[in-house]
Design a protein around this ligand. Structure first.
Ligand code: ARG
Length: 316
């Protein structure tokens, strides 16, 4: 393993390791971080449902409407293009989907990009659970090499699904690592070491909340929206310790609307959220927190177990 030799300037009560319970630091101890500003999308011409990789896909094999899926993806891209014109994000980048890789459009899963403390852009490649999805990873590796990233491969785990399970605390040098379905705890352990960043582990047990991004939506440094049924008691305690305000969404709404799979392009000036149409409670919470809402239809992708958050990658 190529460990990065990083310059360490840490708070004395923090170590760059993984935490599963009894946190010894508070969020104010955690160093600040700049958020990525570019959005990467993957074109959906080969999107399909051919097998059951998660509980949402049950009964939907062969049931995707290709034209509708393309139209929904184009609308999502349009939202990002507008956000780019408004300077909420910088560029919208695209990677072409590949024939036979029906889930490649969910480009939150194949990688985990991160800017380490010395300013270098690193991307950690995923170890996907499903065979067809393993074949997606090299396309993203090429893409990130092409824009100057150093690519790293985990060696001590066989399961890691990138940003689907690894979500950063907004504006902070701190990660949340979901494990239990698509990623293993040892993946986050290795990640903490190679990126030199602490990871708070969150075990996922509920069959519908198979990626952390289906049940956990950090809004800003103080606020998070989540579904408590997705987490263990220790997990919830840690979330409570690190966010000032927790806003809960029912299991029913989280499953039906994929509202916790919304995307907030964190920006210190502008508050925008892109979210599946009709997510009433989440939209109310976000509106009360001064967000401009972009309601987007992703029903074709929800049949496959994904919505907005899974359909993009944030890139430095
Ligand atoms: N059908 C895809 C799978 O099961 C959906 C992935 C959704 N991605 C996400 N980050 N939740 O792998």
């Amino acid at each position: 393993m190529v460990y990065l030799h990083l310059h360490k300037e840490r708070n004395s009560n923090m170590d760059n390791k993984i935490y599963s319970r009894d946190l010894t630091f508070s969020i104010d101890d955690v160093e600040s971080r700049t958020e990525p500003t570019n959005v990467l999308l993957c074109t959906p011409e080969y999107f399909d449902i051919v097998d059951v990789k998660n509980a949402f896909m049950e009964g939907f094999q062969g049931q995707t409407q290709k034209d509708e899926a393309m139209a929904q993806w184009n609308s999502l891209r349009f939202v990002y293009q507008n956000l780019s014109q408004m300077h909420v994000i910088d560029k919208v980048m695209e990677i072409p989907g590949a024939i036979g890789l029906e889930d490649m459009v969910f480009c939150a899963n194949q990688t985990f990009p991160w800017r380490v403390k010395d300013g270098r852009n690193i991307v950690v490649m995923s170890k996907m659970k499903h065979d067809s999805r393993k074949l997606e990873v090299p396309y993203f590796e090429e893409f990130f090499k092409g824009i100057g990233y150093t690519t790293l491969h985990l060696e001590r785990t066989d399961l890691f699904e990138g940003m689907g399970d690894t979500i950063a605390h907004p504006f902070k040098q701190l990660l949340y690592g979901g494990f239990g379905h698509r990623s293993k705890a040892n993946a986050h352990e290795e990640l903490a070491q190679i990126l030199d960043v602490p990871v708070v582990l969150l075990e996922l047990l509920h069959p519908k909340f198979y990626h952390l991004d289906t049940c956990f939506l950090p809004v800003d440094t103080d606020n998070v929206i989540l579904c408590k049924e997705a987490f263990t008691e220790d997990g919830l305690k840690n979330i409570q310790h690190l966010f000032k305000y927790l806003h809960f969404i029912s299991e029913y709404e989280a499953e039906q609307t994929f509202c916790l799979n919304a995307h907030i392009p964190y920006n210190s000036k502008y508050r925008h959220a892109i979210i599946q149409k009709g997510s009433a409670t989440a939209i109310k919470i976000l509106t009360d927190l001064d967000f401009t809402i972009h309601e987007t239809e992703t029903s074709e992708y929800m049949k496959s177990g994904g919505s907005v958050f899974c359909m993009k990658m944030m890139v430095y």
